[in-house]
Structure formats: structure tokens, C-alpha cells
Write a protein that binds this ligand. Structure first.
Ligand code: SF4
Ligand code: SF4
Length: 137
């Protein structure tokens, strides 16, 4: 979870090339069926779009620089949106991986889905062989 903004985190941001202002991350619902997987695969045809999973939550990331960034500094710093204020080190791009799984292409998402379904079928078979006929992610 995000930490409160402090003098230390402000210093860390000052030393950073504004990594978090160079992509847009939005939480999305976890795809729950084949149609939603296909929709997400279609979005991954675009080379600026990625999907990642962090703490079991799914996010869509669009690469691109914020219009208010200039020379790696926010030009509306005092009036930046709440979402920007809430994004602080060390829970950010500069300090290690901010994702558990990154899916950059339709094939990577398909492979993830297939592996997930395989694991799920295995688990369901052990628990109850009669269940698990509907393919949900
Ligand atoms: S929040 Fe993290 S990624 Fe963003 S400017 Fe500060 S240190 Fe860099
Ligand atoms: S408004 Fe400022 S802090 Fe927020 S993403 Fe844009 S440049 Fe970064």
C-alpha cells in the first residue's frame, strides 16, 4: 500500500527521472472468461499497452509521458492530482518491481491463461472431479 508522502520520499523523487510520470497505470477488473481474455489480448496488440498483476489485482499500463512533465519535473507540482500525490516511494517504479506478472503481448496473456486453467483443472480434479466445467479465469 502507498506510504504517506514524507521529506525522505520527496528527496527520492528529486533524484528520480520521474518514472511514474512516463506511464499511466489503471486498475482493471480481472478477466473472468474467454471473451474478456480476448478483449484484453486485442488491447495488447498495441505496443504502448501492457497488463500487469500485482497482489492479485490486474492493471492496464499505457506507456506515454504526462503533458505536465518537463525536464523530468512536474510543472503543476503544487496542484498535481490526488493520484499523483498518493504515489510515493518506496512503493513505486524506482524501487524494485511494481508487478508480480507482466503481460506485454497477446501471446503472453494467452500462455498465462492456459497455465492458469491447467493449474485450476488440476486443483479442481483433486478436490471434486465433477466440478470446474465452466472456464473462468
Ligand atoms: S514516486 Fe517513485 S517513480 Fe515517481 S518520481 Fe518518486 S521516486 Fe520516481
Ligand atoms: S501531473 Fe505531475 S506528478 Fe502527475 S503524472 Fe503529471 S507530471 Fe507527474
Amino acid at each position: 500500500m502507498k506510504t504517506k508522502y514524507s521529506a525522505t520520499s520527496r528527496e527520492e523523487c528529486t533524484r528520480c527521472p520521474a518514472l511514474c510520470c512516463k506511464n499511466l497505470s489503471m486498475e482493471i477488473g480481472k478477466p473472468v472468461n474467454r471473451k474478456e481474455i480476448e478483449d484484453l489480448k486485442w488491447q495488447l496488440h498495441f505496443d504502448t499497452v501492457k497488463v500487469y498483476i500485482r497482489h492479485r489485482r490486474w492493471y492496464q499500463m499505457v506507456e506515454g509521458t504526462c503533458m505536465y512533465l518537463s525536464n523530468d519535473r512536474c510543472t503543476i507540482y503544487e496542484h498535481r492530482p490526488k493520484k499523483c500525490r498518493a504515489h510515493n516511494p518506496p512503493n513505486c517504479e524506482r524501487f524494485g518491481e511494481f508487478f508480480d506478472v507482466m503481460l506485454a503481448t497477446p501471446q503472453e496473456l494467452e500462455d498465462y491463461y492456459q497455465n492458469h486453467m491447467r493449474r485450476r483443472r488440476k486443483g479442481t480434479k483433486k478436490k471434486d472431479p465433477g466440478r470446474g466445467k465452466t472456464e473462468r479465469v
